[in-house]
Every structure is written in C-alpha cells, then in structure tokens.
Design a protein around this ligand. Structure first.
Ligand SMILES: *Cc1c(COP(=O)(O)O)cnc(C)c1O
Length: 365
C-alpha cells in the first residue's frame, strides 16, 4: 500500500468546480489586488476563527515582516526566536535590521521553553516570536507573564496552528500580533502564496494595514514606510471556497492523530506530547526515534512517505553563522532535529492508510 506524505490532489479535485467558478468571477470582475474577494475572506476568516480583524497578505513571511515593522524593532534590538522552526519565523527580525537571538525549545512539545526565553533576555531585548509549531500551542501563560515583565512585543507565528486554542482562547490573541500562512501545504492552503496578519490591538492592526499598502493613507500620500504585502484576489476567492471546510479537516486530522496515538506502541517511537492546555491542530504529526534514519528507511520500504521537519536548527544554518552559535548551543533543538520524523498527516488519508502507517511503525525493529 502507498501512503504519500502529503497529497493535495484529492482536496483540489473535490473542490474543483466551486474553485473554478470562484476564480472565473474574480477574473471577470478584475479583482486582482485585494478587492472584494480578499475583504470577504478577511471577514470570514476573522469570524470563523474568533479574531477581531484579519489582513490578507501575499505570504506567511510577509506578516512576520510587517509585524517587525509595526513593532518598531531597529538595528541593535534583539528579538528572541526558537531555533526549531521554519526559517521564516526569524526573517522578519533580519529584514528590519534587528538581531535574532535564539532560546531553546522544550524537548517534549518542540515549542519555546519559557525558562530559556527568560534566560535569553538582555537589556536590548525588545520582542519575541512565539511559534505554535506543528499546530500545538506554546505555553502562553508562562510566556506572556515573562513578556509583560520585560515589556516585550510578542509576535505569534500561527502559520501551522490555524484554529488551535490555548485554554479555550484562539492562538494569536495573546500577543501583540499574529501571523498566518496559506502556503498550499498548510492546514488552510491557497493555490499560490498567501498569509494573514491579525492583532487584538487596534493600533497595531491599523499600522499593519498602512504598511501593507506602501504606508499609504490616501492615494499617493505616504505617512510611513511601508511595502507591498497585498493578498491577490484569486487567493482570496479560493480561500473563501476552502475556509468552510477547515473545521471538518481539522477534526479529521485530530482523528488521524488519535489513531496514531492509540495504534503506535510506545516502545516503537516517542509520540508527540499532548498537553492538557490545548489540542494541536496537527499540521504535522511528528514522532522521535533515536534511530530515526533507519526508521525512515523502513517506512519508505513499506510505501509510507515521511519528511524531516526540520533537519537543521536555525542556529546551525549557514545564513546565521554570523550570530556566533555552535553545535551544543541549544541541545533540545539539536536533539529534535536529529530524531524527529513526520508521518503522513492530511485530512484525505483513509483509515486503511492510517492503519498501514501504524503497522509499519510498529514493525520496525
Ligand atoms: C510556512 C511557515 C511560514 C512562512 O509562510 P510562507 O507562506 O511560506 O511565507 C512561517 N512560519 C512557519 C512556522 C511556517 O510553517
């Protein structure tokens, strides 16, 4: 049996008719940059997920950039980022000339360790990027208490956690700004690039709205330095087609995760942590194993697709060599990078495929 790591074709085939009609309407109305489809999506997204606002942007990296601009981070400022995440979590900090400073993760949740965050703070620390990795909320009570004590601007990178809640509150409503990605492989994926910016703070949301379109208050009058971070109309139209399915897709991801948890024997691999404060939306189902590469080969031989997410922590990436970190700087992130293995996780997996993944992991010796 073949179990691909990810197959978007099934979802896109099912929605093809509706998607083509939506795209045709956008095409015929020439709504190419922002416009009604994007505005509709912003309203639908905000109300479906419990946010006071949402700004459609042209990737998930853009709102991180915009958040760092809105925060006013400047050269000389330090912003703390976990080293085990997608590289874009750190990019915004670089784009405004500030310095990313890494703080280690918790081994069991893969998320920022509040104790490590507190230890990394210096008089130059101005903010923190909190990532809800693989769909699991980070420990927001502890993180926000530390951030408030030190006056930090908190950016929540929710790229992998759309729909997740921490103690009942949607992720993204704790910090000063929240960012989402609609890259095609995300839980809610566009057919192209897309992202969103959310803030519970009206002042920050207003600033981000200005930055999104060239800092422009009135046409050709530019109050602040901005950029072009606009979502395109086709993506807004497609996301409006997909958004109504997000709840059921998330429920299916959770059901698959439950089957993995119930089926995979604990002596065969270490399952991802499931803390009581909030259920993951399972962007990934990532287990760990000391002989990860051998397990991966075993699964490949049985037709099970897997991926290494992420094989190299940020502090060991060549692009950040100038920051002066070395192997050993962040033991938990380095261990995760060496032992993690992500299993197939997408709503269209069949029960038979899920059972085959479970059997395949359990048969590894
Ligand atoms: C996908 C992702 C991003 C960036 O989103 P793009 O849409 O690819 O620009 C940022 N942070 C995390 C954690 C991501 O997974």
């Amino acid at each position: 049996m073949k179990v691909p790591f990810l197959d978007l074709a099934l979802q896109h085939r099912a929605l093809r008719g509706e998607a083509m009609a939506a795209l045709a309407a956008t095409y015929d109305a020439h709504r190419f940059c922002l416009g009604k489809d994007v505005e509709d999506f912003e309203g639908n997204f905000a109300s479906a997920l419990g946010y006071p606002n949402a700004l459609g942007m042209n990737s998930g990296t853009s709102p991180l950039h915009v958040a760092c601009m809105a925060a006013g981070f400047r050269p000389g400022d330090e912003v703390i980022v976990p080293p085990f995440t997608f590289i874009a979590s750190a990019w915004g900090v670089n784009y405004v000339g500030a310095t990313p400073v890494f703080a280690d993760i918790e081994e069991d949740t893969f998320n920022l360790d509040p104790a490590a965050l507190e230890k990394a703070i210096t008089p130059r620390t101005k903010g923190v990027v909190v990532v809800h990795l693989f769909g699991l909320p980070a420990r927001m009570d502890e993180i926000m208490a530390i951030a408030r004590r030190h006056g930090l601007f908190v950016i929540e990178d929710c790229a992998q956690a759309v729909g997740a809640r921490y103690r009942g509150t949607p992720v993204g409503l704790f910090g000063d700004a929240a960012t989402f990605s609609f890259y095609p492989t995300k839980n809610l994926g566009a057919c192209g690039e897309g992202g969103a910016f959310v803030s519970r703070r009206p002042d920050v949301a207003a600033q981000a709205r200005l930055i999104r379109v060239h800092g422009m208050e009135r046409r050709y009058h530019h109050r602040i330095v901005g950029g072009n971070f606009r979502m395109d109309g086709f993506q807004g139209a497609l996301l409006n087609v997909k958004l109504p399915h997000l709840l059921s897709w998330t429920a299916r991801r959770r059901a698959i995760a439950r089957s993995y948890r119930e089926g995979i024997r604990p002596e065969c691999a270490a399952l991802p942590e499931a803390p009581a404060y909030g259920e993951s939306v399972y962007h990934q189902f990532t287990l760990t194993h000391p002989r990860r590469d051998a397990l991966r080969e075993h699964l490949t031989a049985r037709g099970v697709g897997t991926d290494l997410i992420y094989p190299v922590p940020l502090h060991l990436q060549p692009c950040f060599a100038n920051l002066g970190y070395a192997r050993g700087s962040f033991p938990a992130a380095e261990k995760a990078a060496l032992t993690c293995l992500s299993l197939p996780m997408f709503p269209e997996l069949t029960d038979e495929q899920v059972a085959h993944v479970v059997d395949s992991v359990n048969s590894f010796r």
